[in-house]
Design a protein around this ligand. Structure first.
Ligand code: ADP
Ligand code: ZN
Ligand code: ZN
Length: 691
C-alpha cells in the first residue's frame, strides 16, 4: 500500500498492511500510523493495491489504521495531487497540513462534540467530554433568519446572469464590484439557491481576520445551514468538528482561508473566492500553492461554478475576463444610498504641520471629531519609525540582515522585522557619540502619538500586528468601532481589507510613496488595490466619504486612474506594460530561491541549476518547447541577507505554460542532488513576489 507523509522527501512511501487487517479500497484516504526511520508518523492511504518498486522484505508494516474518522474524499486527494504536481511539492506536504491537526497527529484523538447536528451526526457526548469545544455554542438550534434586503438593480442583474450558472456545470465568473457594492448580498442569494437544492458551498476569504464577519453574515441569513469555519487559528476540537461536519454533510457551508480549499464537501455545488486578488491566497512557505487557482481547479473537477469577487481584481483575472476566457458581472455603484468616496491628493511638498501630517488632513480629522464621525488613518508600517539615524550618517542596521532596525516605543527597543533581532535603543551614536539621534519616517506608533497631540480629545486606537495579538483582541476592537467607542483608527492593511465600518467618513493615507519606488513588477498593482480598498472604507454608511492621500509624487500616473477610481483604465495601462515587457499574465514564471551562509554557495547552486535547466531545454524534442523557456542569470534577492543567510534567486521565464511545467517536472527532482547540504532552496511556481 502507498501512503502520503508530511516529509520533505519525494517518496512514494510503500508499506505492508497489518497482517491481520488487509486494507480494502474503502480505506483509501484513511489515516494510518507508520514507522518512519526512528520516528512514527501519521499518513494518509493513497492506494492499497500497488506493486512496490521495493522488495517486499524491505517494506515496513503499517502500525494501525484509523477507521473512526471518515476517509479524505478521493476528490480532495486528487486536488492535493494536482497541487503537488503543479507546484512541485511532495503530496504529503500539501495534503497533511490541510487536515485538522487531530487527524495528522500520532496521538489518539477524541471525537469532539459536534458543532452542527445534522441527520448524519451522532448525538453529542456528555458535556465536558472535550475541553477544546466547551466554548462552542450549540449551532443546531433554529433561529430566525435575518431578512434579506431588496436587491439593487445591479445586484438583480448580476444574479440574473449568475443563477443559471448554478445548474450549468463548471464556469468561472468574475464579480467585479466597487467597494460597498454589496457583493456579499450576491453571494448570499446564490447560497440560498444552492442550499435550497441540497448543495454545499465553499467560501474562501484571504485572511483569518475576515472569517468572523463572513461567518456572521452567512449564519445570520442561514441559521439552520450549519455554517462552519476552517482555518489554522481554530482550536483543535473546533477545527476537527467543522471538518467532520462538512465531510458528513451536516454542515452545508464552509467559510475559511487558503487551506479550506481542501475541505471535504461531498455535495459541493458552488465555490466563492472573496477578495480574489489578495496575495494572501498564495502560500509563502512550504508548498507555494495559490488557493484561488486551486479553487478554480476544484470547481472544474466537480463541474460546479466558481465566483471570484473583488473591487480590484488580480490583473491575471482581469486579463482573462477582457479576453472573454471567463465571464464577468459588474456592480458599479454602492448598494446603500451613499456615493463612492471622493478621493483627493494632498501634496506633501507644500506644508507639513507635524511630522508627516498636512494641515488639510489635520483639519479634516478635526471636522470629523466635531461631527462625531469616525476616521481612519492608514500607514502600512508598524512600529514607531522605520529606523534611527545620526547626523554623521550612522543608521541603525540589523547585523544579520540587509535591513534597518525598526524603532519601537511600545515596548521600547530596536527590532528587526525580518529576523526578529532586538536591541536596546542606544543613548548615543555608536559611531560618533552624538546624543541627538533622530527617528526617521513614520510608522503606526508614531502616528498614534502625533494624533494624540493634535487631537487631545479623540479616542484613538492603533491596529497592527503588535496591538492585535490575542485571539480576543480583534472581536473586541470590532465591537468598539461599531459602538463608536473609537474616534480615530490608526492602522495597517489589517484594518483595510474587506471590513464594513459604516461610521467611518474620512480616510487619510499618511504616505503612499514608498511603494511607488518598489522594484517588483506587481508593486503598482498592489498599491492601486491597497489604496482603492482603504479608500473604500470611507462613507459606507449614510454620510458620504472623503479620502485624502498624502504624497510627494502627485504627478505619478498611478494617481490619475486612482482619483477617478478607474480600475479598468489602470488595468489597461498596466496590462499593456506587462505585455510589452513579456511579464505575467503574458508569460509564466518560476523562481528558484536559494539560501546559504555564503554568496558563493548560493551562486554555485543556482549556476548549476541554470546549466541543468539549459541542458534540459536543449533536449526538448520540439523546437517550440526549446524556444519557449528562458533561463535568467542567478542574482542576489532584493533582501539579500536575512538572519546571516545570503539569499539568491534564479528566474525561469516561459512564453508557454506547458513548456515550463515540462521543464520543472524533470528539473525539480534533480535539485536536491545539485543543492547538496549547504544550500536551502525552494521552488516558487507563479511567484507573487519576484524581487
Ligand atoms: P462589498 O463586499 O461589495 O464591499 P458589502 O457586501 O459589504 O459590500 O455591502 C456593503 C453594505 O451595503 C453592507 O452594509 C450591506 O449590508 C449593504 N447592502 C448590500 N446590499 C444591499 C441592498 N440590496 N440594500 C441595502 N443594503 C445593502
Ligand atoms: Zn535582522
Ligand atoms: Zn553619529
Amino acid at each position: 500500500m502507498r501512503v502520503a507523509l508530511d516529509v520533505p522527501l519525494a517518496g512514494p512511501f510503500d508499506y505492508l498492511p497489518p497482517s491481520d487487517d488487509p486494507l480494502t479500497a474503502d480505506d483509501i484516504g484513511r489515516r494510518v500510523l507508520v514507522p518512519f526511520g526512528r520516528r512514527r508518523l501519521a499518513g494518509v492511504v493513497l492506494a492499497v493495491d500497488v506493486v512496490s518498486d521495493w522488495p517486499a522484505e524491505q517494506l515496513k508494516t503499517v502500525e494501525s489504521i484509523d477507521r473512526r474518522a471518515p476517509p479524505v474524499p478521493a476528490e480532495v486527494l486528487a486536488l492535493a495531487s494536482f497541487a503537488a504536481e503543479y507546484y512541485r511539492a511532495n503530496l504529503g506536504e500539501v495534503l497533511l497540513p490541510a487536515l485538522p491537526p487531530a487527524l495528522r497527529s500520532t496521538r489518539q484523538w477524541r471525537m469532539p462534540r459536534p458543532l452542527v447536528r445534522g441527520p448524519l451526526e451522532q448525538p453529542a457526548p456528555p458535556a465536558g467530554a472535550d475541553p477544546d469545544t466547551d466554548d462552542a455554542d450549540d449551532r443546531g438550534a433554529a433561529r430566525t433568519p435575518a431578512a434579506a434586503p431588496t436587491l439593487t438593480a445591479e445586484q438583480a442583474a448580476a444574479l440574473a446572469t449568475l443563477s443559471p450558472k448554478l445548474a450549468a456545470g463548471f464556469s468561472t465568473t468574475l464579480l467585479h464590484g466597487v467597494t460597498g457594492s454589496g457583493k456579499t448580498e450576491v453571494y448570499l442569494r446564490l447560497l440560498a439557491e444552492v442550499l435550497g437544492r441540497g448543495g454545499q458551498a465553499l467560501i474562501l476569504v484571504p485572511e483569518i481576520n475576515l472569517v468572523p464577519q463572513m461567518l456572521a453574515r452567512v449564519r445570520e441569513r442561514f441559521p439552520d445551514a450549519g455554517v462552519v469555519a476552517q482555518h489554522s487559528a481554530l482550536a483543535d476540537g473546533e477545527r476537527l468538528s467543522g471538518w467532520l461536519a462538512a465531510r458528513s454533510g451536516a454542515a452545508r457551508v464552509v467559510v475559511g482561508t487558503r487551506l479550506a480549499v481542501f475541505a471535504p464537501l461531498p455535495d459541493l455545488a458552488l465555490v466563492i473566492v472573496d477578495e480574489e486578488h489578495d496575495a494572501s491566497y498564495k502560500q509563502q512557505d512550504g508548498p507555494r500553492i495559490h488557493a484561488r487557482d486551486l479553487a478554480l481547479y476544484r470547481a472544474q473537477q466537480r463541474a460546479v461554478p466558481v465566483l471570484l469577487g473583488s473591487a480590484t481584481p488580480a490583473l491575471e483575472t482581469w486579463a482573462r475576463a477582457e479576453a472573454g476566457a471567463i465571464d464577468r458581472v459588474s456592480l458599479s455603484r454602492r448598494a446603500r444610498a451613499s456615493a463612492l468616496p471622493n478621493l483627493q491628493l494632498v501634496d506633501l511638498r507644500r506644508g507639513v504641520v507635524a511630522a508627516g501630517f498636512s494641515q488639510r488632513l489635520v483639519d479634516a480629522l478635526r471636522l470629523r471629531l466635531e461631527r462625531g464621525e469616525q476616521s481612519l488613518v492608514y500607514i502600512n508600517r508598524r512600529g514607531y519609525a522605520p529606523t534611527l539615524r545620526c547626523a554623521c550618517g550612522w543608521l541603525a542596521d540589523c547585523q544579520r540582515c540587509n535591513a534597518h532596525l525598526v524603532l519601537h516605543r511600545q515596548p521600547r527597543g530596536l527590532r528587526c522585522h525580518h529576523c526578529g533581532a532586538q536591541q536596546r535603543i542606544p543613548t548615543a551614536c555608536p559611531s560618533c557619540g552624538n546624543l541627538d539621534l533622530q527617528a526617521v519616517g513614520q510608522a503606526t506608533q508614531r502616528i498614534e502619538t502625533l494624533l494624540a497631540e493634535l487631537l487631545p480629545t479623540a479616542r484613538i486606537a492603533r491596529v497592527d500586528r503588535d496591538s492585535v495579538r490575542r485571539r480576543d483582541d480583534w472581536p473586541q476592537l470590532l465591537a468598539d468601532i461599531e459602538a463608536r467607542r473609537i474616534d480615530v483608527l490608526v492602522g495597517t492593511q489589517m484594518l483595510t481589507k474587506g471590513h464594513d465600518f459604516p461610521g467611518i467618513t474620512l480616510v487619510g493615507v499618511v504616505d503612499a510613496d514608498a511603494a511607488l519606488y518598489a522594484s517588483d513588477f506587481r508593486a503598482p498593482e498592489r498599491l492601486f488595490a491597497q489604496l482603492l480598498q482603504v479608500a473604500g472604507r470611507a462613507g459606507r454608511g449614510d454620510t458620504p466619504g472623503e479620502v485624502l492621500i498624502q504624497t510627494r509624487l502627485p504627478e505619478h500616473p498611478l494617481f490619475d486612474a486612482l482619483l477617478r477610481a478607474d480600475f479598468a483604465g489602470f488595468a489597461k495601462d498596466q496590462l499593456a506594460e506587462r505585455q510589452a515587457a513579456a511579464l505575467p499574465p503574458y508569460a509564466h514564471l518560476a523562481v528558484l530561491r536559494a539560501e546559504a551562509s555564503s554568496d558563493e554557495a548560493c551562486e554555485r547552486f543556482l549556476g548549476a541549476a541554470a546549466d541543468l535547466a539549459q541542458q534540459l531545454i536543449r533536449q526538448a524534442r520540439q523546437k517550440q518547447a526549446r524556444q519557449a523557456v528562458q533561463v535568467f542569470d542567478p542574482v542576489p534577492a532584493g533582501l539579500a541577507r536575512v538572519a546571516g543567510q545570503h539569499r539568491w534567486q534564479l528566474m525561469l521565464h516561459a512564453t508557454q505554460r506547458p513548456a515550463l511545467r515540462a521543464l520543472l517536472a524533470t528539473l525539480a527532482p534533480q535539485l536536491p542532488a545539485v543543492a547538496g547540504r549547504q544550500v536551502r532552496w525552494s521552488l516558487d511556481v507563479d511567484p507573487q513576489l519576484t524581487d
